[in-house]
Design a protein around this ligand. Structure first.
Ligand SMILES: [Cu+2]
Length: 337
């Protein structure tokens, strides 16, 4: 394992990375070798058999058994080696060890949600213990996403209505970048128009614009002790702090902040400033008062009542937020005046 990466490859941070890189470099250097061989021999022949005076005719040559045998057998062996090597690593990467830790991954426009055994969850930060095999069971709630951790040499499509599996073991503690590597959309023109109508230049970006390009996060590989501590703390559900403070934490940790401001400026979604009790215009022309039930519905079923002037791009938080967490968010909203 090479923790610093090699010429063409990033650090090797999983147990299968070295094998993947080995095969990559084998194919790479074999290609260079054959390139030089073919080009070299062509150049040599071009020079040696260049036209020199009147053409001399050779006798007809039908074939050369030795030569043909060689150029059939050597490439076949090489290709076979690549197949056996590649298929071996493919199998190793497909079949998780029996005792692997099970984590559920949900890809959703535009974040990753992780559910751990015992009911803890996190968004955009996957926390795993070092030196333990981890199996991810992944699915999408909307379009195709793809889970990609370059340092682990792992990439797997995440598809709606089916599970895809992936497993890895990261021996060293560290923080590794996670990407979505399947184009999964971005905020639409109408939303941009809302920005402009609000006189807010896109470049004066107070909000992150959301879309495929910033759907990502990190994999944090930590010691077993830290992992257990993480499970415990994320399971506490705001124990020991007030609902309002817990709600504010969730506002940031559950990514609400990327679309909703609390200072009155428009983002991809309506600001939360003064939201509680506000009279909202709905896209069907009616209006509704933003009370507890409306807010709860907006979080669990964002498409049910879409605020006028906005697109229906908010992901549903069904299954991501427990009742107490929704209560905390509402309590927090009441404080944003
Ligand atoms: Cu995506």
């Amino acid at each position: 394992m090479n923790p610093n990466g090699t010429l063409f490859m990033p650090p090797q941070a999983s147990t299968s990375a070295a094998d993947v890189d080995g095969l990559f470099y084998f194919i790479y250097y074999a290609s260079i070798l054959f390139f030089l061989l073919v080009v070299g021999v062509s150049g040599y022949f071009a020079y040696v058999y260049r036209r020199q005076g009147a053409p001399k005719f050779t006798s007809g040559i039908a074939h050369n058994v030795q030569l043909e045998f060689t150029w059939t057998v050597i490439p076949t062996m090489l290709v076979f080696l690549v197949f056996v090597w590649g298929f071996g690593s493919y199998l190793n990467n497909s079949v998780a060890p029996k005792d692997a830790l099970q984590i559920k991954v949900t890809g959703q426009k535009w974040f990753w949600a992780f559910d751990y055994p015992g009911g803890s969850n996190s968004v955009d930060t996957l926390v795993v213990p070092a030196g333990k095999p981890v199996q991810l069971t992944m699915s999408s709630t909307d379009v195709i996403h793809s889970f990609y951790v370059p340092d682990f040499r792992m990439k797997q499509d995440v598809v709606p209505n089916r599970y895809s599996l992936l497993w890895f073991e990261a021996p060293n503690e560290g923080v590794y970048t996670l990407f979505c590597t399947e184009y999964c959309g971005a905020v639409t023109d109408t939303t941009e128009a809302t920005w402009k109508a609000d006189g807010q230049a896109k470049s004066a970006n107070k909000f992150k614009q959301k879309g495929h390009f910033n759907m990502g996060g990190v994999v944090k590989v930590v010691s077993t002790r830290q992992y257990e501590a993480f499970l415990e703390s994320s399971n506490k559900m705001g124990e020991g702090i007030s609902l309002e403070v817990y709600g504010e934490q969730l506002y940031n940790s559950k990514q609400c902040a990327t679309c909703h401001s609390v200072n009155g400026s428009a983002g991809n979604g309506p600001t939360w400033k003064g939201i509680y009790g506000r009279q909202e215009k709905i896209s069907d022309g009616t209006s509704v008062k933003a009370d507890d039930n409306y807010i709860r519905e907006s979080i669990l079923e964002p498409g049910a009542k879409v605020v006028a002037g906005y697109q229906n791009i908010m992901p549903t938080y069904q299954g991501q937020l427990k009742d107490k967490q929704i209560d905390a968010i509402i309590a927090y909203m009441k404080t944003i005046k």
